[in-house]
Design a protein around this ligand. Structure first.
Ligand SMILES: CC(C)(COP(=O)(O)OP(=O)(O)OC[C@H]1O[C@@H](n2cnc3c(N)ncnc32)[C@H](O)[C@@H]1OP(=O)(O)O)[C@@H](O)C(=O)NCCC(=O)NCCS
Length: 237
């Protein structure tokens, strides 16, 4: 599968990758990784998790190496305070990744820190019960007014938007999800906004829905300059 072209200056590039949930083929991906990432791959108990990590790292390295004209093993990462990976010697290239049952997704852009979250939505849960723990009262009310598939859809829209925000700020779950107020417009083509007292520039981040295959919900969080155009979406095997 060819490597997609790098992102342009004013647009986020999103790459969607199918993951075999049986975990078949993890060894081949693992063999392409440096020693520490091979060790991390083997530490996962299940083959599905080994494939998820090894395949994502392997493709991430191949993509970045191709753009920079280096070998995949020459790509190096560093971790932020709450574990967010960044590129060393990035030349301004930023990325974030997310994975769920059967799919992974990468987002790339220039200069701005971004966050992406994909969730598999075909699973049942007590959506109102979970919302009481992780949503604000306004978000809980919005959900209470909906039923069936509409409730499920709104739950995952709100949740992926929040997680994309937590990942764009690099704070992850050190940030309480119920401290983030998420405003999503009815029209999925319009960007949504946030407010969060503990994040200084929370209102300068926006969120937009990324079109993903049926059964998945994806949100991308970034500052407005790179959301003025919808993200460009590519698929890789
Ligand atoms: C980041 C986090 C929200 C991801 O949640 P998730 O639903 O399990 O996973 P996703 O598939 O969406 O994303 C995982 C990827 O996000 C990236 N990531 C990890 N930490 C991150 C952070 N703080 N911010 C942004 N991205 C992060 C990694 O690339 C990771 O994939 P990898 O481990 O294969 O490289 C969560 O793992 C987290 O909060 N981690 C930080 C730990 C922390 O702060 N703990 C506080 C104690 S409560």
């Amino acid at each position: 599968m060819p490597i997609p072209a790098p992102p342009s200056d004013d647009q986020v590039l999103v790459v969607i990758i199918p993951l075999d949930t049986s975990g078949t083929g993890w060894q081949a991906c693992c063999a392409e990784l440096p020693g520490d990432e091979q060790e991390r791959t083997r530490r996962y108990k299940y083959d599905a998790d080994r494939l998820r990590f090894a395949k994502c790292r392997c493709l991430l390295r191949r993509i970045i190496a191709d753009w920079k004209g280096i070998q995949p093993l020459q790509v190096t990462f560093r971790l932020g305070k709450n574990g967010k990976p960044f590129l060393c010697h990035s030349g301004g290239l930023q990325f974030n990744i997310s994975h769920t049952h059967g799919s992974a997704i990468f987002a790339f852009c220039h200069e701005f820190e971004i966050g992406i979250d994909i969730e598999h939505t075909e699973r049942d849960a007590d959506f109102d019960g979970v919302a009481l723990k992780v949503f604000t009262p306004m978000e809980q009310n919005r959900l209470l007014q909906l039923n069936g598939r509409e409730k499920r859809r709104e739950f995952f829209r709100l949740w992926t938007a929040k997680e994309a925000f937590m990942k764009a700020t690099g704070r992850g779950f050190s940030l309480n999800p119920s401290s983030i107020e998420t405003s999503l417009p009815e029209n999925p083509g319009q960007p949504g906004t946030f407010s969060c007292d503990t994040i200084e520039n929370s209102t300068s981040l926006m969120v937009t829905e990324v079109p993903t295959p049926p059964g998945y919900q994806t949100m991308l969080c970034a500052p407005p300059p790179v959301l003025s155009r919808p993200p460009s979406v590519s698929y890789m095997q």
